[in-house]
Design a protein around this ligand. Structure first.
Ligand SMILES: Nc1nc2c(c(=O)[nH]1)N[C@H]1C(S)=C(S)[C@@H](COP(=O)(O)O)O[C@H]1N2
Ligand SMILES: [Mo]
Length: 511
């Protein structure tokens, strides 16, 4: 077998393994498939520095980048496996055994895994081994031999080449087909159907009507809502009929709540703005939705929280954790076990069937999706997922503001231009937004912007300023003051460890 064919044989075997594994994974959930399991493992184990680097380069496309990286590494390794098989088949099979083991180990150690999660990698690995052995034999058998005439050798060589291409082509196509089939069936079998059958109850305490003086962007649609989590190309699929929330730890009595129990409880409906701690100044990892849910306070009271338990850890079915101060869940603010988002059951990517939403805290310390457990504990006793990765145990949302229109670098004709954006300081509220208009090279002046209405201090607040411009280039800078009188920090700080600070600034060209 030529070296090129050997490398191709190895890569085709890997493709078949990965594709078949996706199909075998269907009954156990996509999280048991090797690519997803290894990707999830990598996400949970990358050193914080590497992760920060990846996010700085790829932004919210870091998972796509990881997938591409994994596929490239796998392809390179598979090519080497093929070359090893050319030297001796056993070497190649050992290589396949090794990468099967990696898949099995990753799948078995994922949170929530059962022994059956080994199967996708195992079956895929065996198929890869069989294919590789078949290709090596086929190439040995069809190779021209010394007893042939020159012309016969040419014919044999050509026949062997065609046989190889045909086998590899059929196998590769098969691998892709079963892989796509597996993914398609998995998404159909997922909870989409169960979700569409959920009827949300009417809220006992509905959200306030939207005031007339807000702009359309005040509420973020589910489709446009930012998404951040550690789930790698396979969100947990949780059947609401089997969902349970366990409240345990430092409580008088452990309690378990089912989805039906939850839907029977009086629901509140609230607009709450959720923000990610990773949001850069001027960034868009923030959104405002109408959430429907049960205040968590009542359930914690029912369980009887011990007075010295200052942290409530939320754990998702995929093992992710976050910890909120007990105080923030019991001080009367609308800390919700949410089941609805903008009038629909939670979308799967936003935590179906149940997630937490807590006004005033960043998502990474309060907004657990695919919620499975509340463990009442202390900050001294437990560090949640992001804490050992360099983020603060506790983080209250910082007062921030953003210029949305005109976008940075846009040009407008001279005359009146409306500058607009949002400002937020959830649970404290925004009392003032100022815009600095600075003609190029000159110090600018601060002007009070007009504040649009808001339903509560738990959402962002839209602002705008109409300004008359003469031609030139301008630097616009915004800063907000919260209802406690604190103006947002001017000093620039990166997101880690507890939220970025700085004033958002854009350029406007007036022609
Ligand atoms: N299970 C789980 N829940 C999670 C996360 C996660 O990685 N896993 N990420 C959190 C973070 S960092 C944020 S900012 C919010 C984002 O919620 P969204 O994706 O619905 O906007 O979810 C939080 N809940
Ligand atoms: Mo986040």
């Amino acid at each position: 077998m030529t070296k090129v064919r050997a490398a191709l044989a190895g890569m085709t075997a890997a493709l078949v393994a990965v594709g078949l594994a996706e199909l075998v994974a269907v009954p156990f959930g996509a999280r048991s498939a090797p690519l997803v399991a290894v990707g999830g493992w990598v996400i949970d184990h990358v050193p914080p520095g590497v992760k920060d680097f990846a996010i700085s380069v790829f932004g919210t496309h870091d998972k796509q980048a990881l997938l591409v990286g994994m596929v490239l590494v796998l392809a390179a390794f598979a090519a080497l496996v093929g070359l090893a098989a050319r030297v001796r088949l056993a070497f190649g099979l050992a290589g396949i055994g090794l990468f099967t083991l990696v898949g099995v180990a990753a799948a078995l150690t994922r949170p929530g895994a059962t022994a059956a999660w080994a199967l996708p990698s195992l079956v895929g690995g065996i198929a890869a081994g069989v294919l590789l052995a078949y290709l090596v034999r086929q190439q040995q058998r069809s190779a021209p031999v010394g007893s042939m005439t020159g012309a016969e050798q040419d014919i044999a060589r050509e026949r062997s080449r065609r046989l190889f291409l045909r086998t590899v082509g059929v196998a590769a196509a098969g691998g892709v087909v079963v892989g796509v089939l597996g993914r398609t069936i998995a998404s159909r079998l997922g909870v989409a159907k169960a979700r569409s059958e959920v009827t949300l109850p009417a809220p006992a305490s509905p959200a306030p009507a939207l005031p007339s003086h807000v702009d359309p962007g005040y509420v973020t649609s589910n489709k446009d809502f930012y998404r951040i989590d550690t789930a790698f190309f396979a969100e947990p699929q949780i059947d609401p009929s089997t969902w349970q929330l366990r409240i345990h730890g430092m409580v008088d009595r452990e309690i378990t709540v089912t989805y039906a129990d939850l839907l029977d409880m009086p629901m509140v409906e609230r607009y709450i703005t959720l923000a990610c701690v990773s949001n850069e100044v001027g960034g868009d990892l923030i959104g405002n939705a109408k959430w429907l849910g049960v205040p968590v306070k009542g359930l914690l009271e029912k369980a009887g929280v011990h007075p010295d338990a200052d942290q409530v850890v939320q754990r998702s079915v995929d093992g992710w954790t976050c910890g909120s101060p007990t105080e923030a869940l019991t001080d009367g603010r609308d800390a919700l076990l949410a089941v609805g988002m903008n009038g629909e059951p939670l979308p799967v990517v936003h935590g179906f069937p149940v997630r937490m939403v807590v006004p005033g805290l960043y998502g990474y310390v309060s907004a657990c999706k695919w919620l499975a457990e509340l463990e009442v504990t202390t900050f001294a006793a437990f560090d949640a997922y992001w804490v050992p990765r360099g983020w603060s145990q506790q983080a209250v949302i910082k007062t921030e503001s953003r210029i949305d229109t005109p976008g940075d670098g846009k040009s407008r004709p001279a005359g009146q231009v409306t500058i607009a954006g949002v400002a937020w300081a959830q649970h404290r509220g925004i009392s003032k937004v100022e815009l600095n208009v600075a003609p190029d090279g000159q110090p600018g002046q601060w002007h009070d912007a007009e504040l649009l209405d808001t339903v509560s201090s738990d959402t962002w607040r839209q602002w705008k300023l109409d300004w008359n411009f003469t031609p030139g280039t301008y630097q616009l800078t915004v800063r907000a003051t919260d209802a406690t009188g604190q103006t947002q920090a001017e000093a620039e700080a990166p997101p880690a460890p507890d939220g970025a600070t700085g004033w958002h600034s854009t350029r406007l060209v007036i022609v």
